[in-house]
Design a protein around this ligand. Structure first.
Ligand code: FES
Ligand code: MG
Length: 586
């Protein structure tokens, strides 16, 4: 039989005979070739740019409205150096950008839209491979989703995280300390003046959130899945070694084109399983659940919500970063970053997984050392013995819900309480601080109307703030349940992604004030204490509300978005259409 080496060589011989995809644009000696080349030459590209060498797209989500990605035009210049050096031609192009902290009603509403922009741009233009430049939470999954539906050779360079926040001599973390400070202000323990001064102390360099929020999580998972060079996940945005990494990435994508090494060769089920393990070991964001499910869907890889629990639940969380722990991304990098982490957990990961380097995950991280056992804990001193995400089921979430036990209060992981129900976010905001609200520390806060179709866009409001009268009594956590997501920087005993969502008549829609709810994380159970008969009666009486969105993208989204347990992609975007375009434009 053919050895892997033979297969590789045969593929290589075939490739040497076959002109690159870009030659379908630039290699023709007719009217169409003239049109494709001539207009490009107005940028000063010499004739030999079109002689059949790899043309590399640099898919840039740079935007001043996405501060976390605002330095990516500069970083693109380093990618270009590497592409030229390796004999390719780099062509940078902009795609939609999603500023997590800036977009209303939520950047998640636009993740799938951005993925369409990425997909169609990659397919329509005469490129052979692509470097994805992104960083802020939704840009990374959107770019990967789009790229996977085209399946040209692809590699990622992430923004890198901001330097550690520094406030009054202490490290403060993006997001995580915002939630803490705002509760301190509401509880009367911090002045508004101090609160305002903390703003500029928190975000004091270019880059993404420096906690283990969604941006850092996705950057590290990209590394875990073998879609970037090593250390891409943790190098700070301002570290000159990130510029060097961008340069090396530019060189590497040129070789990947020659090797025809595509996302479908790397993002196998094994890669996703490694990503799930990595998410547990990192104490990563709950948002990774919907993002990985959506990416897998584009590739036709069968990944389910239950895989998260099956593969990740028993993996220890070793990385002591906020929001689960104490430190920040700079510390993680200086401790050795992802290569050090995976070497410590090499018995847990599939180290034979393929990477963009053309070598296995084990090979490219071999010999990586840990330089700080406080930040990346030893196996016998994990931050949490069970680091993964727990998938809950029950009559309240027949299609599942999730919780991140590492960010929760251990005593609340098994809890029965009476529901305090908010019908939507406006209802919550109007009543949460009312002295009349009938709530105590054992109550369970239930928020409806925040799922993919309901909000729309499934916003990060699931870690809803506690009633101020309970904060004043010193209560620091309560069980909260919703069909929303929460910020990767957030914490608490928060049940998220309840499916089906309330807006389409899921059981969550039927919860009433005073109903008893049981959360039992060890039994993976989320139960509404009413009879099946009562449930059926309420379901019959339930009426859907008419959507306020009758046109435009929001309507398209609401009509086609799938539930959280399926990754919240649009149903017609699942799968891939490849990179072939046969018809000319003129
Ligand atoms: Fe962009 Fe956190 S808001 S990475
Ligand atoms: Mg976020």
């Amino acid at each position: 039989t053919e050895s892997t080496e033979d297969k590789k060589n045969n593929k290589q011989t075939l490739l040497e005979k076959k002109p690159l995809r870009s030659q379908q644009w630039y290699g023709k000696l007719d009217k169409d070739g003239f049109i494709h080349r001539s207009w490009m030459k107005n940028q000063g590209l010499p004739d030999h740019s079109f002689d059949g060498r790899p043309v590399i797209g640099i898919c840039n989500s740079w935007s001043e409205l996405t501060p976390c990605n605002a330095h990516l035009r500069e970083l693109a210049d380093y990618v270009k150096r590497g592409v030229w050096e390796a004999g390719g031609v780099p062509l940078e192009f902009p795609v939609m950008s999603l500023g997590e902290t800036q977009m209303k009603p939520t950047a998640m509403l636009f993740r799938n839209l951005m993925s369409m922009d990425v997909e169609e741009s990659l397919r329509a233009y005469g490129i052979d491979g692509v470097v994805l430049l992104g960083g802020c939470d939704k840009t990374t999954p959107a770019q990967l989703m789009g790229a996977c539906s085209v399946d040209l050779p692809t590699i990622v360079v992430s923004s890198g995280s901001m330097l550690n926040g520094k406030y009054r001599g202490k490290d403060i973390g993006s997001g995580t300390d915002v939630w803490k400070f705002s509760e301190a202000v509401r509880g009367g323990n911090m002045s508004l003046d101090e609160f305002m001064r903390a703003e500029s102390s928190m975000s004091r360099s270019r880059g993404t959130c420096m906690t283990m929020g969604t941006a850092s999580t996705m950057a590290c998972l990209v590394e875990a899945m073998g879609m970037s060079l090593p250390e891409n996940g943790s190098l700070p945005a301002v570290d000159s070694r990130r510029q060097a990494l961008a340069h090396l990435t530019g060189s590497r994508i040129v070789s990947m084109v020659k090797e025809d090494l595509k996302p479908s060769d790397i993002l196998t089920k094994t890669a996703f399983e490694n990503a799930i393990r990595a998410n547990a070991a990192l104490g990563g964001s709950t948002n990774a659940v919907v993002h990985l499910l959506a990416i897998a869907g584009r590739l036709g890889v069968t990944l389910t919500l239950d895989d998260w629990d099956r593969i990740g639940a028993a993996v220890p969380c070793l990385v002591d970063l906020m929001p689960s722990g104490r430190f920040l991304m700079e510390d993680f990098h200086y401790a050795g970053g992802f290569p050090a982490l995976i070497q410590r957990l090499s018995h847990v990961f599939d180290m034979s997984a393929n990477t963009v380097c053309g070598a296995s995950l084990g090979d490219i991280t071999a010999g990586a050392e840990c330089f700080n056992d406080e930040v990346i804990r030893p196996l016998d001193k994990p931050l949490r013995a069970l680091g993964g995400i727990a998938v809950l089921r029950g009559n309240l979430a027949p299609q599942g819900a999730i919780i991140k036990p590492s960010a929760a209060t251990p005593e609340l992981l098994q809890h029965t309480g009476k529901a305090v129900v908010f019908e939507n976010i406006e209802d919550y905001k109007a009543r949460i601080d009312s002295p009349e609200l009938a709530v105590d520390k054992d109550s369970i806060l239930v928020l409806k109307g925040c799922g993919p179709k309901g909000y729309p866009g499934m916003p990060e409001v699931g870690n809803m703030a506690l009633p101020s009268k309970l904060l004043a009594q010193g209560v620091t956590d309560m069980v909260r349940i919703s069909d929303a997501r929460m910020s990767g920087t957030a914490f608490g005993t928060v049940v998220l992604h309840v499916a089906p969502e309330s807006t389409i008549g899921g059981a969550l829609a039927l919860v009433q004030n005073g109903d008893e709810i049981t959360l039992d994380v060890s039994a993976r159970r989320l139960h509404l204490g009413i009879s099946n008969k009562e449930m059926a009666r309420r379901k019959d009486a339930w009426q859907p509300e008419k959507s306020q969105y009758q046109r435009g993208y929001a309507k398209l989204y609401i009509d086609h978005v799938m539930q959280a347990d399926e990754g919240a992609d649009l149903d017609f975007l699942v799968g891939s259409s490849g990179s072939n375009v046969s018809r000319e434009s003129h």
